[in-house]
Each structure stands twice: as C-alpha cells, then as structure tokens.
Write a protein that binds this ligand. Sequence first.
Ligand SMILES: Nc1ncnc2c1ncn2[C@@H]1O[C@H](COP(=O)(O)OP(=O)(O)OP(=O)(O)O)[C@@H](O)[C@H]1O
Ligand code: SF4
Ligand SMILES: [Mg+2]
Length: 366
Amino acid sequence: MMAVGGPAADRPGGAGPGSADGPGGGAGPGGADGAAGSAVLAVRDLRVAFRTRRGLAHVVNGISYDVPPGRTLAIVGESGSGKSVGILALLGLLPATTQVWGSATFDGAELVGRSEDKLRQVRGAGIGMVFQDPMTSLNPVLTVGRQVVEAIRAHQSVPKAAARSRAAELLAEVGIPDPASRLDAYPHELSGGMRQRVMIAVALAGEPRVLIADEATTALDVTVQAQILELIRRLQDERGMGVVWITHDLGVVAGIADHVLVMYAGRTVEEGSAAEMFGAPVHPYTRGLLGAMPVVDDPRTARERDPLLTIPGLPPDPVALPAGCAFFPRCPIRADERCAHEVPPLTPVAGGRRHWAATFYSPEGA
Ligand SMILES: Nc1ncnc2c1ncn2[C@@H]1O[C@H](COP(=O)(O)OP(=O)(O)OP(=O)(O)O)[C@@H](O)[C@H]1O
Ligand code: SF4
Ligand SMILES: [Mg+2]
C-alpha cells in the first residue's frame, strides 16, 4: 500500500471540498480547463439527515460539485450511498421533516431553503429529471401526448395546438418513430425503451439547462441503454445542457462522463476527470467498483484479475456512522489505527491533474 497525496499535493490549510481550489470549487467538472466559475449548478457541502425512530440518519455528509453547461458529471456509488437523496434534497423533493444543510445554487440562486413555489419553477424549466422507472413516473391513465403537452405548458404559455405539435417534435427528437400517432398512446402501450424516451421528452419539455438522469437506463437492455446514452449525449451537444448521470454502474458512465464523483456512505471518496478516474483509481472502494465492470475478452474473474477488486460486506448504518473512515470495515487494506479513528479528507492525488481521493492509503501500483 502507499500513502495518498504527497506533501506537495496537499493544499495548505487543508482546504476541503467546496473551497476555491478544491473539487467542486472551480476544479470540478471542467474546472481546471477553463470552465471554472461557469457552473450552472454548484453544490457545496450538502448534508442531509432524516429523523428516524433510532435517531438522525446522516445520509449525505458533505457533497460538493459543479455542473458546467455542456458537461457531464457522473455520480456513482452502491445502493444506499445517498446519490438520489443528494439530488432530491436540492430540488426540494424530500419530506418536510428532512434536515438539509449546505448550499446548492442554480444560476447563482440558492435552492436550499427556497420556497416550494420557487423550487417548482426550477424543476422542469431549470433542471429536468429522468428517473429509473417510467411506469411510476409517467401517469398510466394519461396519454403520452397529454403528459408532454402538460410539461410544455407548465413552463411556457403556448396554446394547446402549438404545444401538441411541439410535443410531436420532442418525441421525434428523442427518437420515437411516428411521433404524431404516438401522442395518443398510453404508457403501457409502449416498450420500456420507448417509455424511457418519453420520460426524456417530458424532462426536456421545459428546455432545462441541467438534465439529471437518475439510474435512467438501469432497467433497459444493453442495446437500448446505448441508444439512450447516445441520445442524451447528442441533445446535450445541441442544447449545451449540463448533465448529471447517477448510477451504481461505473461501466455505464465510462464513455460519457467528463468528471466522475464516487460516493460512499454519503461522502465523496474519490473524484476526478473521467480519464484519471478510470485510468488510475486510487481509492480501494473505487477499485472495487471498477472490479465489478466486465473486461472484454478477459476470461478471469474480477478477483483473479486483482484480489482487491471485490467489496464484501455492507455500507455502514447512517444512524451510527463510524468515527473514522466509513469504508474501514470493508477495506481490503485498512492500514492502521488512523483509518479507524480519523475521517480521511478529500485531498489531491499525488501526480494527478484533476483527481482527489479521501483515503489515507491506496494499494501499491494504484
Ligand atoms: N425518506 C427517508 N427517510 C429515511 N431514510 C431515507 C429516506 N429516503 C432515503 N432514505 C435512506 O437514505 C439512504 C440513501 O438513499 P438513496 O436513495 O439516496 O440511495 P441511492 O444511492 O440513490 O441508492 P440506489 O442506487 O439504490 O438508488 C438509504 O439508506 C435510504 O434508506
Ligand atoms: S480504511 Fe479508509 S482510509 Fe484506510 S486505507 Fe481503507 S479506504 Fe483508505
Ligand atoms: Mg437512487
């Protein structure tokens, strides 16, 4: 194992995420290559806790990132790591009793603590969302056309007829054949891939500047998944939209992300440019996630390729987070007492350009 982040790479004063020179503070997606400061969505030290019978469940514990126009941020982590809650919190979509701290600005305006009315204006027109399951997100008793028309008219005052022809255009844009007749179809009459495209059309109806796709392709077969990824990439190029891809599968985002943020137990454990994250991951957890990715033409199992690339065990209980590194109980190299007692801060990876990790140590050769 090796220590991560040499003294030269450490930021003086231990500047953390969200600071001017840290990840999420201008050196986030696109930050280091000239897009710093242009983020349309900027999240700083976001924390979310739920009241439960057993006490406060600390589900998001200080997440920071930037989403510049035209760029794609991937947020990756196992089930329960807080990916969705972190998004729902900034959109005001969690129960009113939820505690949310930190900041999330859209176009410079604060979202945390904003009134429901104002947040409703941001949802759809500012930030569009596509969720995993279109059967629960689409209304089963309304035609596809009506749902797209309503989404258009929620954000623009257009007559019904004009909205209907715009709806047909949107369905064509997302690759639905014969869009005019599909307007009269009900969601159950469409295939899973087509429903997902309708969801994207609904999300695009308000012409959002940021599109958030939360496990948007998880339920789809690989071919349809590839089509949807390609579709979003194309729409992003055409519209200059920022995109946030949320997934538990690093393989999905390998070809589309500019910047990757890996979450574990509500914290960022590693983040960086896609090239650095996929080329030289240093956090044992990221390496475990990458081990779950199939390697083409390699008949060996992940464990045979690299014994560190498996993650047995479960994430910690958010009501009783460990005092030290949250990954400690599962870490294959859990190096010393320091890991058990100190939370590793997110620090620059030695030799990296746009790459940070929250681990005291990393496997040799990482
Ligand atoms: N309303 C709630 N009250 C209490 N706990 C909640 C609530 N909503 C979510 N949680 C908990 O917050 C944690 C994070 O959930 P979240 O949905 O963000 O996970 P995720 O990373 O999106 O996982 P997945 O990949 O399964 O979608 C989970 O432990 C979940 O049980
Ligand atoms: S226990 Fe945590 S800090 Fe220690 S080596 Fe493992 S991941 Fe890094
Ligand atoms: Mg989720």
